[in-house]
Design a protein around this ligand. Sequence first.
Ligand code: DGP
Length: 114
Amino acid sequence: MSDCLFCAIASGDIPADVVHADDDMVAFRDINPQAPVHVLVIPRAHHATAAELGAADPALAGRLLEAAGRIAEAEGVAATGYRVVTNTGEGAGQSVHHVHFHVLGGRDLTWPPG
Ligand code: DGP
C-alpha cells in the first residue's frame, strides 16, 4: 500500500534498525521501545490485522511467529521470558494498520497488560 508506513519500511524506503529480513518478512527495532528488547516483526505483504493475515495466509502467520521466537533467542530474552503482542483496532492501541508482532523482553512484564 502506497501510504503505509510499514510497507515503506519493508521496502527500504524508510530506514529502520533491521534485525532480520527475508523474502517474507522484516523485523526491526521499535522507534519507541517499551522494554529493553522491543522488536516488530512484519510481513512484507500488506495485511491490516493478525486476523486478516491469518485468514489470508496462515502459513505466513506461522512463519512470523516462528521468527518471533528466533528473534527472542537471538536477543537473549527467550530463557527469561518474553511477550509477543499484536494490537488489533484503535481501542487496543493499534496505531499502524499493517500487522506487526511486538516482541518484548528484557524486563519483568506485568500481567494483565494495561
Ligand atoms: P501499535 O501501536 O501496536 O500499532 O504499534 C506500532 C509501533 O510502531 C509503535 O510501538 C511504534 C512503532 N513505530 C511507529 N512508527 C515507527 C517508525 O517509523 N519506525 C519504527 N522503527 N517504529 C515505528
